[in-house]
Design a protein around this ligand. Structure first.
Ligand SMILES: [Zn+2]
Length: 266
C-alpha cells in the first residue's frame, strides 16, 4: 500500500501558539489530516476532512459555535476530492472511506464521494444519530452523511492488535487495514491501523491532539481546553491515551499520528 497525507481544512484559531505551540502570529495553524491509501481494492480514504458543501455559497452545514473558535481556513483546493483529483484520480476511484468518527471536521467530505462504502464503528453511528447534548448537536451534522448509501458498521471482533481490540475484517478491504476502537473523544471513536512495508501506521484520529501528549509532555493550553470540551468520555479518553503512550514506548515500529497535528505524517 502507498499512503499520502492530506490536510483537508486548517483550523486557525485566534491565539496562535496558545493553540498550536509554535505559531508566532495571532492565528494558529492546525491541520485536519486525512490519509489516502492506494490499495489493490482501489483508493481508501481515512477521514474526509471538510468537503465542497462546507464552502460558500452552499447552505451552512456547520454549527455556529465551533467554527467561530476554530476559524477553519477552507478552500476548494483543500478538500479531499480536489487534492485527490490533483493526484490524477477521480472521485469514483475512492471505493472506501474509513472514518475515525463522525465529527463535522472528519465527515464533511462524505458527500463528495457518493459511490464510496463508508466504514465506521456501530457505536459511532448510534452516537451521531442520537446527537446527545449541546456538544452532540454541534459536532454531529446529519447533512454530512445523509447521502451515504453504503454504510458498514462494526463492533470490535476477533484477534486484538498490540493489546487493543480491533475490527480485522472490514467489508471489501484488504487485511492490511484495521479499525482500532479508541473511545473517549466520541463514544465510537476509532483509530485506523495500516500495515505498510515499513511497519504499522496508526492514525489515531482525535484520541490525542498534539504529539507531546504521547510523551507525557504538556500540550498547548488552548488545545487542552478544546480537547476537554469535546471529550465525551474523559475516563476512556485518558485510559486510551495511556495505552497509546505505552504502545509508542514499546513498539518503535508502530508509527502513531493524529488528525490535528502534522507531526510524523506521511
Ligand atoms: Zn477533529
Amino acid at each position: 500500500v502507498h499512503i499520502h497525507g492530506l490536510d483537508c481544512g486548517t483550523h486557525c484559531p485566534l491565539g496562535g501558539a496558545f493553540y498550536d505551540g509554535v505559531s508566532r502570529g495571532a492565528f494558529a495553524a492546525i491541520p485536519t489530516r486525512c490519509l489516502l491509501v492506494e490499495t489493490g481494492e482501489g483508493l481508501v480514504l481515512v477521514d474526509t476532512g471538510y468537503g465542497l458543501l462546507d464552502l460558500p455559497p452552499h447552505p451552512r452545514r456547520l454549527a455556529r459555535t465551533w467554527p467561530l473558535v476554530l476559524l477553519p481556513r477552507l478552500s476548494e483546493a483543500s478538500t479531499a476530492i480536489r487534492q485527490i483529483e490533483a493526484l490524477g484520480h477521480k472521485a469514483s476511484d475512492v471505493r472506501h472511506i474509513v472514518l475515525t468518527h463522525l465529527d463535522f471536521d472528519h465527515a464533511g467530505g462524505l458527500a463528495d464521494f457518493p459511490g464510496a462504502r463508508v466504514h465506521v464503528l456501530a457505536e459511532e453511528r448510534r452516537s451521531a444519530e442520537l446527537r446527545r447534548g449541546l456538544v452532540g448537536k454541534q459536532r454531529y451534522r446529519p447533512l454530512d452523511w445523509q447521502g451515504v448509501g453504503d454504510w458498514r458498521s462494526y463492533a470490535p471482533d476477533g484477534e486484538g492488535w498490540f493489546g487493543f481490540e480491533a475490527v480485522r475484517q472490514l467489508d471489501g478491504l484488504p487485511p492490511e487495514i484495521l479499525m482500532i476502537p479508541l473511545a473517549g473523544h466520541t463514544p465510537g471513536h476509532a483509530g485506523v491501523a495500516i500495515r505498510t512495508a515499513d511497519g504499522w501506521l496508526l492514525h489515531a484520529g482525535d484520541a490525542y491532539l498534539h504529539h507531546h501528549q504521547l510523551d507525557s509532555r504538556g500540550m498547548p493550553p488552548g488545545l487542552a481546553i478544546y480537547e476537554r470540551i469535546m471529550m465525551n468520555q474523559p475516563e476512556a479518553a485518558r485510559h486510551n491515551l495511556e495505552r497509546l503512550r505505552a504502545l509508542k514506548a514499546s513498539e518503535p515500529d508502530v508509527k502513531i499520528v493524529c488528525a490535528h497535528d502534522a507531526h510524523g505524517h506521511p
